[in-house]
Design a protein around this ligand. Structure first.
Ligand code: F6R
Length: 608
């Protein structure tokens, strides 16, 4: 992961590097650092922990200078410490890196042969030593970088700054994103356009294997074979304003409450409200009338959105879905053939495993669809068709509004696929689309349950373990509930298909175990309630999330009931996601964890 930035500016560069890093902190916040040139000499400030620590250090000990590089880190090689913080320096070279150099041990042995002594435990430092060695052997900076890049295995985006070279930055990408920003008499590198948004909207995205040499007045780009190449410059639509929390205590709370609005925006892109029809632009790329299965792959919460979609595509479009987490999918040599359609789901559009799975499918002849929130992202750019979620920037590390918007897009896609494949009639389509049209209103009602949720989260904050149970589309939601609880409140939680309980996990049930049961009053409600009785019989503390009918029929089995609005079946996973999010949010607030930036996590996982 990590975020990197480089600036050849006209004014003092350190505060601008920090400004750019603020927009990249979603990529990691274990440490941060900058290196700048002052009278041709490399000077660094690095601090462990969040960016504010670096900001404070720069206030105490400012750095002048107009050329520099900066980094915000999510630790891979070497623990989170100042010593391991980037930039890493060797002789005349400073480097920042996003990614993992896999042959790092081999490179470490090599640098020791020429007497270099590593100061850190990182893979990145080896790159600085190797490039510096080439300079010592008389190479120019660009020759030195060109010499070293082919020797690096793994994934990287790199930016180099050289002592004595006030008008030079070199950057390279392989597997991790890197953009060039064009200013007026200034030039920039950044992990994404968001980082560069305060400085310029003129962006060139480097392609796989590219490396680039910047001066204040020129850009030269080379491909992996060192041949000069031209890459298009585009205008980024990303706004420079840093997002603020409004009246909310955390971004996550704000993002939970934005859902009625952003779900409305997203649905209106894909639905013809007047005609009560699905109208997904670009759906013809999927070839839903011809394919025999749909491939879906993603990571984390986005994968869970894909799991819900599997139920929808199979039910409404009678289309078998092959779904796996991207970190497994990419390596298990799944047969994929020409003409298939593969769908990748990602908020950031930069998740390394999802991107690798996309490329695997593409190489094997599949057409690629992407449900992404960031239209400039690598996944969006490499897809044949993009179904964008209009969730707006999501800053809280835990995905909330992006998840429900992914569900909204996938629900409409499944309905339209059903129409195309002739498995849904026009009346059925109208009824399902009519239900989806009501989603923003249902979401408003669901958010009104926050007071109840807050109250019960207070008692949950004392638990060390929890279970989530659900059937059908509520099973993926159970997984999502457990994931959210783990990542935000650090309470160990598991999500199970309710029917699986008696095949093992029921052994965990005792009076200390909170068990959340997600069970709207649908066609399988009675089955889930039977499983709930099994938990009650063993003394488990049940929290039932259901509707008024479900609450009435459950009697007094559940100790707590969260009563949701009555919603049609296709809408339930979207609406029931809200209490699940609110439970983890309020539990985390009671426990005093860092809700927007939970420990050890990063928003965009750009390493595998
Ligand atoms: C959990 C969460 C993560 C992401 C996952 C994929 O709350 O946010 O599990 O869903 O890292 O990220 P994207 O969607 O950016 O590919």
């Amino acid at each position: 992961m990590c975020g990197i930035v480089g600036i050849l500016g006209q004014t003092e560069v350190a505060p601008r590097l920090v400004d750019a890093l603020k927009r990249l902190e979603y990529r990691g916040y274990d440490s941060a650092g900058v290196a700048v040139l002052i009278d041709g000499k490399l000077e660094r400030r690095r601090e462990e922990g969040k960016l504010r620590n670096l900001d404070a250090a720069l206030e105490r000990l400012p750095l002048a200078g107009t050329s520099g590089i900066g980094h915000t880190r999510w630790a891979t090689h070497g623990g989170p410490s100042t010593r391991n913080a980037h930039p890493h320096v060797a002789g005349r070279v400073a480097v920042v890196h996003n990614g993992i150099i896999e042959n790092y041990l081999e490179l470490r042995a090599e640098i020791e042969t020429f007497g270099a002594v590593p100061e850190s435990d990182t893979d990145t430092e080896m790159v600085a030593h190797l490039v510096n060695r080439q300079l010592e052997l008389g190479k120019t900076p660009r020759e030195a970088v060109a010499e070293v890049l082919p020797r690096l295995h793994g994934a990287f985006a790199l930016a180099f700054l050289f002592a004595g070279e006030e008008d030079l930055l070199i950057g390279a990408r392989k597997g991790s994103p890197l953009a060039v920003g064009h200013g007026d008499g200034e030039m920039f590198f950044g992990s994404d356009a968001i980082a560069l948004s305060p400085f310029t909207d003129r962006i060139t995205y480097l392609e796989e294997g590219d490396w680039a040499v910047l001066t204040r007045s020129s850009v030269e780009i080379f491909d992996a074979a060192n041949a000069p190449v031209t890459r298009a410059e585009s205008r980024s639509s990303v706004t420079a304003a840093l997002m603020d929390k409004g009246n909310y205590r955390h971004f996550m709370a704000k993002e939970i409450h934005e859902q009625p609005e952003v779900l409305g925006h997203t649905l209106s892109r894909y639905i013809d409200f007047g005609a009560r029809k699905a109208a997904v632009p670009g759906i013809e790329h999927a070839g839903f009338d011809k394919i025999n299965r749909l491939i879906i792959s993603a990571c984390g919460t986005a994968y869970i959105a894909g799991l819900v979609a599997k139920y929808w595509f199979e039910k409404y479009a009678r289309l078998p879905v092959e779904i796996d987490v991207a970190s497994e999918f990419r390596y298990r040599e799944t047969p994929v053939s020409d003409g298939e359609f593969a769908l990748f789901i990602s908020q950031s559009g930069e998740t390394a495993d999802t991107l690798a799975s996309l490329r695997y499918c593409k190489e094997n002849g599949a057409r690629i669809g992407a449900v992404v929130n960031v239209p400039e992202s690598t996944i969006a750019r490499e897809a044949d068709v993009v179904f964008q979620t209009i969730a707006g920037p999501e800053i809280g590390v835990a995905s909330t509004k992006a998840f429900t918007c992914q569900l909204a897009v996938l629900a409409v896609l499944a309905v339209q696929a059903g129409r195309i494949r002739g498995t849904l009639s026009a009346e059925q389509e109208a009824s399902l689309i009519g239900a989806l049209t009501e989603v923003p209103g249902y979401a408003v009602q669901a958010l009104k349950r926050e007071v109840d949720v807050e109250r019960l989260s207070q008692s949950l904050a004392k638990a060390s373990n929890a279970l989530y149970l659900g059937r059908g589309t509520n099973f993926p939601l159970a997984l999502e509930g457990a994931l959210k609880l783990k990542e935000l409140s650090y309470i160990h939680a598991e999500g199970y298909a309710a029917g699986e309980l008696k095949h093992g996990p029921i052994a965990l049930i005792d009076e200390n175990m909170p068990v959340f049961v997600i069970a709207p009053h649908d066609s399988i409600y009675a089955k889930t309630v039977s499983n709930m009785q099994e938990v009650a019989a063993r003394g488990g503390r049940i929290v039932l999330i259901t509707d008024a009918k479900g609450a009435a029929e459950s009697g007094d089995t559940a100790g707590n009931v969260v009563v949701m609005p009555d919603v049609p079946e296709i809408v339930a996973p979207i609406i029931y996601a809200l209490p699940v999010q609110m439970i983890s949010y309020h539990t985390a607030v009671f426990m005093g964890t860092d809700v927007d930036q939970p420990r050890n996590l990063a928003k965009s996982v750009t390493v595998e």
